[in-house]
Design a protein around this ligand. Structure first.
Ligand code: GTP
Ligand code: MG
Length: 328
């Protein structure tokens, strides 16, 4: 049997960017077992002084927009500029669409080989199915290991954009070239979250169409208040596959971060995110406690059953149950 990894082993491994230990530390963080949780919490406390220094970048776009390809190319470009790059994925669809995990692994093969890169594929089960989303805690592990850029890929479905927006400093929207009709289909929510837009798969043949898409997007953006004052959301043309536009997007990201730091909004946003995160964990822990409390277990099931059989309001049942939980 292999010797279990001690807390100190985790800390040393993370601090020396040992990819094997990094992977194991993230598995530990993702675990729901109480004994793992405890050591995971200790680990997060120990590494706290080494976190916070990276730029956290969220990348979204419809399936097939080229997110993984972009991350591979952009990641390599950033490494050439002297950065260390970690890649994480939020993929609520992964439990349904298992193929995309394998696809991502092969697509980012080259980046994965680089000693200045670390890639963590999507969690093996969708957290929307009940497993807590621990991407933020994984991100902290990568920061403590000294990664400068943390890229987080998300899928353009469901709540994943909001989740990524709540843990990143920069939100990049990858757009495929489209007609005006298609543009109307863009969810307004995504446009409101975007700090930068990259129109992907541009080549000499479709350049004029791409420029039209850019004009239309720029027009649509006029009606949207950017998250950041004094920031005009740039729309950049390029190709992840042919590696064009990468320098431009890289420079814009750096400009954006400098602006946010100068305005004080960099830290402010992170503080607001941390508050939300705190509330998220309070909900998680209360629910977990409620489910595992033997004295209250029956009561939990009873209230849940009443709600599920449509006998009463889910909110009233929850409220009654929480009163019992806290009054105990
Ligand atoms: N021609 C061209 N093809 C591209 C470009 N970028 C990506 N592709 C192709 O588009 C397809 C989808 O790319 P992915 O990177 O897997 O897209 P994705 O957004 O990560 O997709 P999901 O993870 O499934 O949501 C692949 O076949 C890529 O090779 C590009 O710049 N030009
Ligand atoms: Mg992908």
């Amino acid at each position: 049997m292999t010797k279990p990894i001690s807390l100190q082993d985790y800390i040393d491994g993370i601090r020396s960017s040992d990819k094997r230990i990094l992977g194991k530390a993230i598995t530990l963080i993702e675990s729901k077992k109480p004994e793992h949780r405890e050591i995971a919490d200790q680990l997060l406390k120990e590494i706290l002084p080494f976190t916070g220094k990276s730029v956290r970048i969220g990348i979204t776009g419809v399936p097939g927009a080229g997110k993984s390809t972009f991350i591979e190319s952009f990641g390599k470009y950033a490494i050439e500029q002297g950065k260390k790059v970690a890649v994480l994925a939020i993929d609520p669809s992964s439990s349904i669409n298992k193929g995309s995990i394998l696809g991502d692994k092969t697509r980012m093969e080259e980046l994965a080989k680089d000693q200045n890169a670390f890639i963590r594929p999507s969690p093996s089960s969708g957290f929307l199915g009940g497993i807590a989303n621990t991407t933020f805690e994984s991100l902290l592990i990568c920061e403590a290991a000294g990664f400068d850029y943390i890229l987080i890929e998300t899928v353009g479905v469901g709540q994943s954009e909001t989740l990524v927006n709540d843990i990143t400093d920069v939100f990049l929207f990858l757009k495929v070239i489209g007609t005006g009709d298609e543009l109307q289909g863009i969810k307004r929510g995504i446009m409101e979250m975007a700090d930068l837009i990259f129109i992907n798969k541009v080549n000499p043949k479709n350049l004029s169409k791409a420029k039209m898409t850019k004009t239309e997007l720029t027009r649509a953006l006029q009606f949207i208040t950017p998250k950041e004052k004094n920031w005009k959301i740039p729309v950049i043309l390029g190709s992840a596959l042919e590696k064009t536009g990468l320098d431009e997007i890289y420079n814009k990201i750096e400009d954006y971060i400098s602006l946010k730091k100068k305005n004080g909004t960099f830290l402010e946003t992170r503080k607001n995110q941390a508050q939300k995160r705190f509330e998220f964990w309070v909900r998680e822990y209360i629910l977990e406690r409620a489910k595992n409390d033997h004295l209250l277990e029956n009561s939990f099931m009873e209230h849940k059953k009443n709600a599920s059989e449509l006998l009463s309001n889910p909110s009233s049942e929850a409220s009654d149950f929480v009163k019992k939980l806290l009054g105990k």
